[in-house]
Design a protein around this ligand. Structure first.
Ligand SMILES: Cc1cc2nc3c(=O)[nH]c(=O)nc-3n(C[C@H](O)[C@H](O)[C@H](O)COP(=O)(O)O)c2cc1C
Length: 228
């Protein structure tokens, strides 16, 4: 690795498995960003969700963890902190903001979509990607599952130009692949980045200040019953 430290540059390595963040720490990075299986983009081939990835990484590391994958709420932030992260990053949540330089149709589709509205593509080629489920992602999965299929069979459907031009610029959400995560199921409105951050922090503070202490205030947390 080049000597980033000498140039005063901090390195954050992004990874989807514990062994890879351990390797990154051994090479001297200052922090890692762990992407749980819920994430948009490339979740890897091992399918470890944040609920296990974050604490498993925290056990193995001394450096800070920035958690990501499926986080879009204050509850997600608090959960990530409880699991051992020191911060979170969010991709899909920030796409559905007024500032995001993508067509309004994409933002509206994220709001309309739910947690089931994603699809894993490129699995057969060991380059798994999580995208918003649409007719193009469905065709890609079907073609990829044919015996002997190669990437060439789907290259046209998967082209980045389609995604960038047709979807993100022109707003045709069925025009190509576009990245989105399970977090779509938690996104109810398009608002500014400042509002997103403020709402998440307010919800996190409320949970920490009210909901969590209520468990400690119960006569005995081990025997507290669940009202049904
Ligand atoms: C529109 C979009 C573009 C992305 N582009 C990249 C990228 O170029 N490189 C990368 O490592 N991750 C990329 N990601 C993944 C994010 O950095 C982040 O790891 C992921 O979105 C976290 O999951 P979340 O969407 O549930 O918050 C992208 C995500 C989205 C939604």
């Amino acid at each position: 690795m080049p000597d980033f430290h000498a140039a005063g540059i901090k390195v954050i390595h992004k990874a989807v498995s514990v062994r890879h963040v351990v390797k990154a720490q051994s090479l001297g990075v200052q922090a890692v960003s762990t992407d749980g299986f819920e994430c948009a983009g490339h979740p890897g081939e091992e399918d470890i969700p944040g609920l296990v990835l974050i604490p498993a990484a925290a056990r193995a590391l001394d450096i800070p963890i920035i958690a990501s994958g499926g986080i879009a709420t204050g509850a997600g932030l608090v959960a990530a902190l409880a699991l051992g992260a020191t911060a979170v990053n969010m991709g899909t949540r920030f796409v559905a903001t007024t500032e995001a330089p993508v067509h309004d149709n994409v933002k509206a589709q994220i709001v309309a979509n739910g947690e089931r509205s994603t699809q894993l593509v490129f699995r057969e080629f060991k380059n798994t990607a999580r995208v918003a489920r649409n007719s193009v992602s469905e065709v890609i999965v079907k073609l990829s599952q044919r015996p002997g299929a190669t990437f060439a069979d789907i290259a046209d459907f998967a082209s980045g130009t389609r995604g960038r031009t047709e979807v993100l610029a022109n707003g045709n959400v069925e025009g190509g692949l576009w990245w989105a995560s399970l977090a779509q199921g938690l996104i109810d409105e398009v608002t500014s980045c400042a509002c997103v951050v403020e709402q998440i922090l307010a919800e996190a503070e409320q949970i920490i200040a009210t909901r969590l202490p209520s468990y400690l205030a119960a006569p005995n947390i081990r025997s507290s019953s669940v009202d049904v």
